[in-house]
Every structure is written in structure tokens, then in C-alpha cells.
Design a protein around this ligand. Structure first.
Ligand code: KPL
Length: 320
């Protein structure tokens, strides 16, 4: 496609629909213009029995607001944009059941952590306009009905399929109407890899050690494995079509973020604590699979993946 291809406006009725009413979905819904946003219910068991979802959103500056977001009924016209904020492991299944109701021209923005689920969606629907987001906005839900915007970040959006490219600017403008910081990104896979590297060095350690991000840094288990992990990631990056990084640079990046977010409970530890399936298969599990495809040994990524899966399986067995 030439760089001079015409930019297109968003289709539809101006409504931004959100599939996935977890903390990230609720964060975006709370910041987007109230009359232009709605949640799209998942089909099946968790379909809502009310016509709206209400919660309290605590902003980074300490102010709080009451948010009430309607659930979109399938009879409503075409939304202009669909934000997909489901967990990585649920995304393909959630879209399989919902996309038949969504017109083929509606752009989808995928907000999943890690990597692998974005490619799976783009490969499954190559003709739809599909984009991916990489965000450093921090949000959590300490209890039902309360969503906390824990840290202000930035969001980068890039096209995954050809038909999404002319829509990129319009998608960025629509999301920037939230007041959150949004940029367009020409190399979205590189951006996703940069974040994956950080998550690969923090999330599994916090889940295994049951500690906050900053506390991993002096832990023996972390110190025993971090250099091996960084060497594996560096080797996989070299084999992938992305910017190579030295193992020391990778460790420095991981530790800078671990120090900056020292008091955070990582998303993976949060999942573990709440008994949810973790995204390990899309973080260290994804790096392990890419390594194996390239014939690179990845024992530390495999060990971290297995350990987190065992913890989750143990917790499920214990609670049944
Ligand atoms: O993105 C994160 C996560 O928890 O998933 C980090 C960077 C580790 C911050 O908590």
C-alpha cells in the first residue's frame, strides 16, 4: 500500500462499543464521552440482566465519578469502533460469537496483554479492519463496582490488517476524545514486543513469589534466573523480525519498570489472587513457542510458564 493512500473516516453511528467490561474496558468507558460509549455483552452465560453497568471510577488525581454505561443491544445500528478488552485467552472465543452481529467494516482495536492473540484474530478475519493497542495505562478493580485508574500512561495504536490502515488516524482521534494520551504507531508489533519483554521479566516472578513488582528485585529466585531469561529473550528477538536488544539492556529495562511500579500488584499476580486464568501463555509461553519455532533453547521461559500454570491448577484443585 502506498503512503499516499487516502485516510478514511470511521463508519457507523459514532458509538464506541467495548467488548470486555473488566478494568481496562471500564477505564476507557469512563473516560470516553458518556453519550458515545456502550458495552457489548458477551454471548452466553455472562449476558447482563440489566440495561446498563454502573461503577465508581477513581481517577489518578484522586477525584472520583459515578459512571453508568449502557449495554448495547444487538438491534442498535453499526458502532463506529469496537474496543476488545477481553483477556488474551478469551478473545478469539468472544469474537467468534459476537462478530457475526458486527458489520464487516467496523474497525476492531485489540487491547490484549502479551502477544499471540492479536495475530490469531488478524489471521482469523484478515479482511476486517483490525488494529492492536499497546497501553501503559494502569487500572484495577479492588472490588466489584469500583475501578481505579492506578497510573497515567500512554496508548499506541497500529494497524494489523490492510483495511485498517486508512482508518488509523480516525481511530486514534476517536480514542483521544477520552482525554487519555493516544498515538498512532507504524510498527505496532515492535511496540508489543517492547512491552512483552518487560512483562516477561516481571509478571511471572511476581505471581510465583506472590509479591509486588519491586519486591522481585532482591529475591533469590529472581536473581538466579533473570540473566538466563534475558539471554533467551535476546536470542528470540534476534531471530524475529524486530529490533535486537542486548541481554543487559533487557535486564535494565525490566528493572527500571519494576522500580517505577514497585508498589503495583502485577496483572498476573492479580489474576492469581482472584482465581482467574493468567495470561502466561501469551507472555513467557509466547516467547517459549517463538524460541522453539526458531530452534532456540528457552528453558527459563518454559520453567516460568510451567510454574505459573501449576500454581493456577493447584489453586483450582484446592478450591473445588
Ligand atoms: O504491565 C504490567 C502488568 O502488571 O501487566 C507491569 C508493567 C508489570 C506493571 O504492573
Amino acid at each position: 500500500m502506498s503512503g499516499r493512500e487516502e485516510k478514511q473516516p470511521l463508519p457507523g453511528n459514532g458509538v464506541i462499543a467495548i467488548l470486555g467490561a473488566g478494568s481496562l474496558g471500564q477505564l476507557w468507558a469512563g473516560y470516553l464521552p458518556a453519550d458515545k460509549v456502550a458495552f457489548l455483552p458477551r454471548k452466553g452465560s455472562d449476558a447482563p440482566d440489566r440495561d446498563s453497568l454502573s461503577y465508581r471510577l477513581e481517577r489518578v488525581d484522586g477525584s472520583a465519578l459515578s459512571v453508568k454505561i449502557p449495554w448495547l443491544s444487538s438491534s442498535i445500528d453499526q458502532p463506529s469502533l469496537l474496543l476488545v478488552t477481553t483477556k488474551a485467552g478469551d478473545t478469539l472465543r468472544a469474537l467468534e460469537s459476537r462478530l457475526p452481529d458486527i458489520p464487516s467494516g467496523t474497525p476492531l482495536v485489540l487491547f490484549q496483554n502479551g502477544m499471540g492473540s492479536q495475530q490469531a484474530v488478524a489471521e482469523r478475519w484478515p479482511r476486517r479492519p483490525i488494529l492492536a493497542a499497546s497501553t501503559t495505562e494502569g487500572a484495577n478493580r479492588p472490588e466489584p463496582g469500583q475501578t481505579v485508574h492506578a497510573g497515567r500512561g500512554e496508548t499506541w495504536i497500529g494497524a494489523l490488517t490492510d483495511s485498517a490502515r486508512p482508518l488509523l488516524d480516525a481511530v486514534v482521534r476517536a480514542l483521544a476524545s477520552s482525554g487519555l494520551t493516544v498515538h498512532s504507531e507504524a510498527s505496532i508489533y515492535q511496540r508489543l514486543w517492547n512491552k512483552l519483554v518487560i512483562n516477561a521479566g516481571i509478571n511471572a516472578f511476581t505471581a510465583i513469589l506472590n509479591c509486588r513488582n519491586g519486591d522481585i528485585l532482591n529475591h533469590r529466585f529472581y536473581l538466579e534466573h533473570i540473566d538466563g531469561l534475558c539471554a533467551e529473550i535476546a536470542a528470540v528477538l534476534c531471530a524475529e523480525d524486530c529490533q535486537p536488544l542486548a541481554p543487559d539492556t533487557i535486564r535494565e529495562r525490566i528493572e527500571t519498570v519494576a522500580r517505577r511500579t514497585a508498589q503495583n500488584t502485577s496483572s498476573m499476580l492479580g489474576d492469581r489472587q482472584q482465581g482467574r486464568t493468567t495470561e502466561i501463555e501469551f507472555i513467557n509461553g509466547y516467547i517459549a513457542r517463538r524460541g522453539q519455532d526458531h530452534g532456540i533453547e528457552v528453558p527459563v521461559n518454559q520453567m516460568l510458564t510451567e510454574r505459573v500454570k501449576q500454581l493456577s491448577a493447584g489453586a483450582k484443585a484446592g478450591s473445588s
